[in-house]
Design a protein around this ligand. Sequence first.
Ligand SMILES: Cc1cc2nc3c(=O)[nH]c(=O)nc-3n(C[C@H](O)[C@H](O)[C@H](O)COP(=O)(O)OP(=O)(O)OC[C@H]3O[C@@H](n4cnc5c(N)ncnc54)[C@H](O)[C@@H]3O)c2cc1C
Length: 317
Amino acid sequence: MIDVAIVGAGTTGISTAIESKKLGVENVAIFEKGESYLTTIRKFYKDGKRVDRDYKGQEVTLKGSIDFCDGNKESTLDLFGSLLSSNQIDLKPQTDIERISKTEDGFELLSSGGESFKARFVVIAIGKMGQPNKPSYAIPLPIRSLVNFNANSIQKDEKLLIVGGGNSAVEYAYDLCKTNPTTLNYRRSEFARINDANAQELQKVISSGELQTKLGVDIVALSEDSGRVCVEFADSTKETYDRIIYAIGGSTPLDFLQKCKLELDEKQTPKSSEIHETSIQDLFIAGDIALQSGGSIAIGLNHGYEIAQEIAKRLKN
Ligand SMILES: Cc1cc2nc3c(=O)[nH]c(=O)nc-3n(C[C@H](O)[C@H](O)[C@H](O)COP(=O)(O)OP(=O)(O)OC[C@H]3O[C@@H](n4cnc5c(N)ncnc54)[C@H](O)[C@@H]3O)c2cc1C
């Protein structure tokens, strides 16, 4: 059981971890879907980019212990890298958290790789830059609207192909096959990454014939076929569908929040209290993802500090 599980090793997530440690909370872990910390800064800041503390004129008085000041991309990466190592923070890279569920004694975090972690408190600090993983082959322009990464656009009776082998793909498949002719395609023939409940549901709909499967074979190309999607498989077969849903890891921040069942406001921003607690008790949200607009490194650092104070207080009681 982790005391504080933080999703996202951006500046906000790292601040939450450091401030928690400073307050004596030892059992802290950060889950990060990228290969290392500060994925947003590594990916979206140009080399040598100036990093302003008062970003876009937002003047913020820092409350916590992190001495963040004007610098550049490289000095910012160095600062947060050395904070992680000097505070011996347990960083779990390449761990894409797919959902967080409330349990009797805290939370369960599920990764797209099928791992499960338990935590007493969770802090979501995933930023706003996340995107679903896309296939390596081209998606031709005329069929782009029919190739989706969530189930939001599906129409009744459309013939569907779900692609993927993790919990999300399997859940889409067994739900959607009740309303639509549905096939599940996975490049492997075994579903090794799904939880037991999903494995049972999957088995049921396959045995009853409600769900068709195309397993152990990759897709090699997509093309248009009279306004529908023609899928070419590596075994040289072809089939045409009305719509394809890829669930091959990654997600938009909004999809993630919906999966975690957080209450959102009319602008799709997660509802949170003054102490950054979401509609679910002991589940906090911080940094860019907690804000309707704006956001900066300094704002996220303060969120992390405030959340750490609150969690440390609750852990003592
Ligand atoms: C080009 C550009 C320039 C900017 N310049 C400045 C500047 O000069 N000064 C300034 O203060 N601000 C600047 N900003 C804004 C600043 O980068 C953000 O406000 C800040 O990065 C927000 O931090 P965060 O930790 O909330 O989110 P992020 O930095 O986006 O970090 C989120 C982390 O969560 C990870 N993650 C996402 N989903 C999951 C998941 N499901 N499971 C596990 N991990 C996940 C991501 O990989 C990422 O590492 C700039 C932004 C951009 C795009």
